[in-house]
Design a protein around this ligand. Sequence first.
Ligand SMILES: Cc1ncc(COP(=O)(O)O)c(C=O)c1O
Length: 369
Amino acid sequence: MTTDTALAPALDFSRIPHPAPVPGASREQAIADPGFGKVFTDHMVTVEWSDGRGWHGATLGPRAPLTLDPAAAVLHYAQEIFEGMKAYRLADGTMALFRPDANARRFNDSARRMAMPEIPEDAFVEAVRRLALADRDWFPSVDGGSLYMRPFMFASEAFLGVRPAKQYKFLVICSPAGNYFKSGVPAVSIWVSGDYTRAAPGGTGAAKCGGNYAASLVPQAEAIARGHDQVVFLDAAEHRWVEELGGMNVFFVFDDGRIVTPPLTGTILPGITRDSLITLAREEGLAVSEERYSIDQWRGDAESGRLVECFACGTAAVVTPIGRVASEHGEFTIGSGGPGQLTSSLRAKLVAIQRGTAEDRHGWVKRLD
Ligand SMILES: Cc1ncc(COP(=O)(O)O)c(C=O)c1O
């Protein structure tokens, strides 16, 4: 198994001891059934950036509310980016991150698009590593549990002119998370948004910036109101090409074993799960092509039986089968409407690598201690 403990810090981190961490009994109660995004740990990482000084003041300290000037640029012009990643506990008890270098790279890609400063990749990974280790007692022992790590950066300068801010804060917070699905992996039903698009060519679709998610809330609410689980977006120019879900990439599996996923043309988020699954599928000798696939092809291929499986993927749920697709023009079912065979086997392969029960041939798993 490949391991890498050489995650050298590029910044000097100071540690502020927590005066009153949550008592053990309360912590155990909080992580017994943590759900997602509701429970937070004792600590956080903070790093400052200012024009002229660069990155400084890296601190691991008690988690606490922030003080923000009401003129802070993020509150007005939304210079904010984030990442989502998990710290896992491997079968042998070691804590590990999955491809944190890929999250660091994507974070800096987002930073460039939003005219924000890049953070050295090793400092990003070290910040996440330190927090995961400091709060390791918060690791939920529920099956499939993890520590969800949320690195983010925002413009903190108090200035109302429209230009890139000259001060930023980078933080990492940590939230114990339960198994995304309590039992099994159910197939979801998705709604094709007719009125809304997520990203236009030249826009910010490939960046993980808060604004993209704000814009997805109304279409997602529409999907729920119509009785579906998730929304899927079509391209902005022709309203024809399938792009991605609100928070997951999408794959199509055909009866000849071929797999198709939309290409990274700047309007979809380059998912790390997407990339990992492409690699694993190709290793198995499957043909994976990154090519445009239209909503009409989707319906036609599902109805003819050529399309046998379809799934969405992302850090939170890993791989989620898509069973039913609906739009203003009607509805269609994929395969049997339940989880397909390849979907389940790819999911199992990736989860086994993430949990340290299968060989990590690509050095994706970074042990933290
Ligand atoms: C819009 C969007 N697409 C795709 C993904 C999947 O990305 P990843 O596999 O890196 O979690 C996410 C989740 O981060 C997302 O928010």
